[in-house]
Write a protein that binds this ligand. Structure first.
Ligand SMILES: Cc1ncc(COP(=O)(O)O)c(C=O)c1O
Length: 444
């Protein structure tokens, strides 16, 4: 059996059954998302749906959307996913886009698009800037770094939406793009999209709404009658949006959409190399080879779930969220950050070390996500969490009391690590520590 555990290509191939068994065994220490004890990373709409997605994915396992002429089926799936998403987000027939491998790639593409547009229309801008809330997803910082667009971060107002007047004040001659989230990842709050749209409109700027998280949830939550402020193409200043099918669209991982208000803007996303000896190379996004399975499964998910299915899931998600929010509000010492309108939220404490609470919950089998500024724990609700509310709330209340009774627990576990990282004055040093952690993680 040594061959299967050693990090080398075996001299002789191993039997499929042995390999698969070994792979299943290797999952022993993985996060237990299926039982609902994980609050991020996986969006699961039931085993039957997953089996269907795998079949749809497997049907196009080998196909490559790098060349849509060779695979007209994939071209059709992709354009239909884009059209269905645009319509869901109240875009008209002029809205154009592409699929990408995920939210980060959609955001990368948006930033590259506005940079290239600015290069053409405003060559006088040498150091392009994007103005964005501090809560905008880190993928924007990554994109800024990759594409040479300086991020100008804007503080939040008391309600944890971006402070619009501060945003307005940051708009200057180098600004090429404004960003808002619907909702943002850290607090699940929707930025004031209409007001940002007005600034964008007045200054003739690009405005990207990151609906990676909410794109496939907020439309249904709104249709259920919950108060959701306009966040999509209905808002005149919005020029592009990202929405992930692999999150609340419940598709297979590797599927997002990037949408532009019109086709002329999308043009800046594309790359062509016509002088290459390998032939005329045309590529819509970051990737070269684009797996057919993820595109096919995204299309299949939308068709399978349908409006009724999404509404039903949104209803369940909102009910679970309401029970959790209510329960957390009742636990002395805890407070929800802001007023999250949908299924994503964070909670903090002014009385106990919330990271130590996280550790105590980890000890009870929950997989908790930590945040900073302020120190908080983060939850994203999906259908797997239905029915677990009481268990989680009981464990949470017990964890808070445990930490209150033993405050020294914050000197161990992740609490100590997070506590140390968030209090170090030197950001460069923190970066270095995390880089070292990454290096270590990818060692065998
Ligand atoms: C608001 C928001 N934008 C972008 C992303 C990035 O998406 P991905 O992890 O698919 O790259 C996320 C991920 O959670 C998100 O919540």
């Amino acid at each position: 059996m040594g061959d299967i555990t050693e990090p080398r290509i075996p001299d002789t191939g191993i039997a499929p059954a042995d390999i698969l068994e070994h792979m299943r065994d290797m999952r022993a220490n993985d996060a237990d998302w299926h039982s609902g004890q994980t609050w991020s990373l996986v969006y699961h709409a039931g085993d039957e749906h997953a089996a269907f997605l795998k079949e749809a994915h497997g049907t196009f396992f080998s196909e490559n959307a790098l060349n849509p002429i060779a695979f007209p089926s994939l071209r059709r799936f992709e354009t239909e996913v884009v059209r269905m998403t645009a319509t869901m987000l109240n875009g008209d027939n002029n809205v154009a886009g592409t699929m990408t491998s995920g939210g980060s790639e959609s955001i990368l593409m948006a930033v590259k698009t506005y940079r290239d547009q600015a290069r053409q229309l405003h060559p006088e801008i040498r150091r392009p800037e994007m103005v964005l809330p501090v809560t905008a997803h880190a993928a924007f910082l990554k994109a800024g770094h990759y594409f040479g667009v300086e991020p100008v971060l804007v503080r939040l107002a008391d309600d944890l939406r971006v402070d619009v007047s501060a945003m307005r004040a940051e708009v200057g001659p180098n600004t090429i793009l404004l960003v808002g989230s619907a909702p943002n990842y850290p607090h699940g709050i929707i930025d004031p999209i209409e007001e940002i749209g007005a600034i964008a409109h007045r200054n003739d700027l690009g405005f990207h709404v990151d609906a990676c998280l909410g794109g496939f949830l907020l439309p249904w939550v709104e249709q259920l009658g919950h108060p959701i402020p306009p966040f999509d193409f209905r808002v005149p200043g919005v020029t592009s949006m990202s929405a992930d099918v692999h999150k609340y669209g419940f598709a297979a991982k590797g599927a997002s959409t990037i949408l532009y208000r019109d086709v002329s803007l999308r043009r800046y996303q594309f790359h062509v190399s016509t002088g290459w000896p390998g032939g005329i190379y045309a590529s819509p996004s970051m990737a070269g080879t684009r797996p057919g399975g993820t595109i096919a499964a995204a299309w299949a998910a939308l068709k399978r779930i349908g409006r009724d299915g999404y509404l039903e899931m949104a209803q369940g998600i909102m009910e679970t969220t309401a029970r959790l929010l209510d329960g957390i509000n009742r636990i002395p010492g805890l407070r929800i950050l802001g007023k999250p309108p949908a299924s994503v939220f964070a909670f903090a404490s002014d009385e106990v070390d919330i990271y130590a609470v996280g550790d105590a919950l980890d000890g009870r089998g929950w997989h908790m996500d930590r945040q900073i500024k302020p120190a908080s724990l983060h939850l994203m609700i999906t259908p797997v969490h239905a029915g677990l509310e009481d268990r989680f709330l009981d464990d949470l209340a017990a964890a808070v009391e445990e930490v209150r009774a033993n405050p020294e627990t914050s000197q161990g576990g992740q609490a100590a690590l997070y506590g140390m990282m968030t209090t170090l004055p030197d950001q460069g040093l923190v970066d270095e520590i995390v880089l070292q952690m990454l290096d270590n993680l990818y060692e065998l």
